[in-house]
Write a protein that binds this ligand. Structure first.
Ligand SMILES: [Zn+2]
Length: 251
């Protein structure tokens, strides 16, 4: 780290759990963000500001007027542009320490299979059940930590998977809740609710990279935790999720 970087990241370096060593680790880390919608825009901004070394952005969509209400890396003049290009523009201006590569297609198995092992943490910021299951399958295959977020109406959901042998995967969770195909197109979503969840995804990603926080707790409990955010009542609730012994992915 040079002198400018020591100043830039000083408020993180001052944290005992991070220090210079931890910041150095962040600057050398590689994170993949699948989906540059409401969740991905927010998570990408915080990870960029925090000094992640490399970000890979994946989205096959282009910016639509109806996105602007919550996808805060995309501006009015970006309408019609690929979301990954629009996002990369802003992020590059935000922090030149971060290198950014883009894949302007929807996540497919060949691409993910090749690229997930090249990253240390994957952020699932999609709103598509099939894609979520595909990401989970490949993260499980390579044991790459996955931070999954979702937001709809006035509710948010956050869950991290580390794929320890006794822990549930996304498929276990999906079986529990059933295939919820409802998207925010039909149901709607309050703008900052996606911001809350996207920020939480960035927090969990940084903790994974730094190997701090509740990881040891999960390992002891052999359980993962699902957090639900109820914006209407201003409540966060946490639920333990058990592995499904009949899961077709992890059992
Ligand atoms: Zn499973």
């Amino acid at each position: 780290m040079d002198r400018q970087q020591l100043v830039k990241y000083s408020r993180q370096i001052n944290l005992a759990d991070i220090d210079i060593e931890g910041q150095q680790r962040l600057l050398q880390s590689r994170v993949m963000i699948v989906g540059l919608g409401g969740l991905g825009c927010v998570a990408a901004q915080y990870l960029t500001a925090a000094g992640i070394g490399h970000l890979t952005l994946i989205d096959g969509d282009s910016v639509d007027r109806s996105n602007l209400q919550r996808q805060i890396l995309h501006y009015e003049q970006d309408m019609g542009r690929a979301k990954v290009d629009s996002a990369k523009d802003k992020l590059t201006r935000q922090n030149s320490d971060v290198s950014i590569s883009t894949y302007a297609h929807f996540a497919d198995e060949i691409y993910l299979n090749k690229n997930i092992p090249r990253h240390e943490v994957i952020l699932d910021c999609t709103d598509n059940y099939a894609t979520r299951c595909l990401i989970n399958k490949l993260c499980f295959k390579y044991k790459t930590p996955l931070v999954s977020g979702a937001a709809i109406r006035m509710e948010g959901q956050l869950v991290s998977f580390e794929y320890e042998p006794e822990q549930a995967c996304y498929e276990c969770l999906a079986t529990l809740f059933g295939e919820q195909q409802l998207s925010c197109v039909e149901a709607g979503v309050l703008s900052p609710v996606v911001g809350v969840v996207g920020s939480l995804q960035a927090v969990e990603c940084l903790k994974q990279l730094l190997n701090i926080g509740n990881r040891s707790k999960y390992e002891e409990k052999h359980q993962i935790e699902l957090m639900l955010y109820d914006a209407m009542n201003n409540e966060f609730k946490t639920f333990s999720i058990n592995k499904n012994p009949a899961c077709k992915i992890c059992s």
